[in-house]
Design a protein. Structure first.
Length: 137
């Protein structure tokens, strides 16, 4: 695990946007049981992608058309929650940062770190916008 003081600003960057921190398996299950659209963000210390992913998520969430529910687990920090999500959606290769878009608790689109790397925040926001637009109504 990382030093919590080192990661606090990374957590705050998301919670200030209204993203709910999920730190336990029961919190994850409760989040995934909500009807409607949801975005689950795998937060990360990884500088290669997380440095643009969090700001890009912020740009995307500033728009009116966004998922109804917003949650995050922090890879390398929230071990129980992250492991629980990864076990539940084992069809997706572990990645952080990453984004899982869901409809009624079922995965619709997974954005792996490899799709985030090399994009700046605006380009990542565009990717999120496109992925969200593709969610079934």
């Amino acid at each position: 695990m990382y030093d919590p003081l080192m990661t606090q600003h990374m957590r705050a960057e998301l919670t200030s946007l209204g993203v709910e921190e999920l730190t336990t398996a029961p919190q994850v299950d409760a989040f995934l049981s909500r009807p409607g659209t949801a975005l689950l963000f795998f937060n990360s210390v990884c500088g290669c992608a997380a440095g643009s992913a969090r700001p890009g998520l912020g740009q995307f969430l500033a728009e009116p058309d966004r998922p109804e529910h917003l949650g995050t687990v922090f890879a390398g920090m929230d071990l129980e929650a992250t492991s629980h999500v990864r076990a539940r959606f084992a069809q997706y290769a572990p990645s952080s940062p990453a984004v899982l878009l869901l409809r009624d608790g079922e995965p619709v689109r997974y954005i792996h770190r490899t799709e985030i790397e090399g994009r700046d925040a605006s380009a990542f926001a565009g990717l999120l916008r496109q992925a969200h637009a593709g969610l079934p109504g």
